[in-house]
Design a protein around this ligand. Structure first.
Ligand code: PSU
Ligand code: MN
Length: 333
């Protein structure tokens, strides 16, 4: 089979790409593994709307029954949102990568599907076995580039985990940013990661980190991290120009556009730091490792903050979708 037989675009996305219209890629891990049902589905729809409201065409990406889908319909978004939620004990031992195992009781009675989490290394297995998977930042970038989509909006990117000196846990998002030519709009990285090491690693990989209207690299739930971006730009035009120049020079890899959560939705740094510490201790005790860590921590932080972190998460994703659409529009001019 050729690439085109593995990859299916919606009609809307195909004609937008062919007509050089502004298309914004969106990831699906955030739907299947980053937020609980039904807020995840509502958010996926709202994010697509935010792209449209700002002049763009949304292209949410996932793998459905072994086919790479670029641009999902509402039925597919609904399917992805009803992912099985497993208890910590079930997550242990990487049970999540076992397909069609229905001896696991979902915590809630609604979610029922088995949606894997795909980064670069998971793609050949998932596609050859015709499985379903949500795409992380790395896999979404790969598929966006295949589809010639130049910009992508997410919540936060993966990075260097705390204790990476012992665990070697560094998200595949970073090496993807080094080699795949898609600009990624995010609200920075969560302090579940080591933000300083993440920025050092990005420098080594040659990935520009641009702050939108800020000198400080944002820490997802809060605008404050104590670390600086490489450069600050204040308009979508300036960012579009940087992305275009990088392409003209043939410099491979992505660009990180760090877009702080709007002030009114930003969480208090002390509150969120405490919640993160608590969640990290719990993950360590439950011996959660590898790809299960990020979804586990997100769910724990949500519980500890009484749902507040989820609301902030939603607002910042919407904010990123808006900016990505604005940049995409400028890139098409
Ligand atoms: N950050 C979030 N929410 C998420 C993720 C990151 O705030 O859902 C997801 C993204 O899809 C990212 C992935 O690519 O987690 C990184 O996973 P890991 O840390 O296992 O590389
Ligand atoms: Mn990891």
């Amino acid at each position: 089979m050729s690439l085109s037989e593995h990859l299916m675009m919606s009609e809307e996305v195909r004609s937008a790409i062919e007509g050089n219209k502004p298309v914004v890629a969106l990831e699906s891990t955030i739907i299947s593994h980053g937020m609980p049902y039904p807020r995840n589905l509502e958010t996926a729809l709202e994010v697509e709307k935010a792209v449209r409201d700002n002049g763009g065409v949304p292209a949410t990406i996932a793998i459905i029954k072994g086919v790479i889908k670029i641009g999902l319909n509402n039925e597919e978004l609904d399917f992805l949102s009803r992912n099985k939620i497993l208890k910590a004990e079930q997550v242990k031992g990487h049970i999540r990568i076992v397909p069609n195992k229905d001896d696991l009781e979902p915590v809630s009675s609604v979610p029922k599907n088995n949606i894997l989490k795909a980064s670069r290394r998971d793609i050949p297995y998932i596609i050859s076995r015709k499985l379903n998977a949500a795409t992380t930042v790395s896999a979404t970038m790969i598929f966006a580039e295949m589809a010639r989509i130049k910009i992508f909006a997410t919540g936060g990117i993966g990075g260097v985990h705390r204790n990476a000196d012992k665990t070697f846990d560094i998200s595949a998002d970073l090496t993807e940013l080094a080699q795949t030519e898609v600009a990624v709009v995010s609200a920075g990285v969560k302090s579940i990661l080591d933000i300083g090491l993440t920025l050092e690693y990005l420098e080594t990989l040659g990935v520009p980190v641009i702050g939108f209207g800020t000198e400080e690299f944002p820490a997802f739930y809060t605008r404050v991290s104590g670390y600086n971006v490489n450069y600050r730009l204040d308009t979508p035009e300036e960012i579009a120009a940087l992305i275009t120049v990088k392409k003209e020079l043939g410099l491979k890899g992505g660009v990180i556009i760090a877009n702080p959560v709007p002030e009114e939705f930003s969480m208090d740094k002390e509150t969120i730091d405490k919640a993160i510490e608590e969640a990290l201790v719990k993950a360590d005790k439950a011996d959660i490792k590898g790809k299960d860590i990020t979804p586990f921590l997100l769910a724990e932080i949500k519980n500890i903050t009484g749902g507040k972190s989820l609301e902030t998460n939603i607002k910042l994703v919407l904010n990123n979708a808006k900016l990505a659409a604005e940049i995409a529009v400028k890139m098409c001019e």
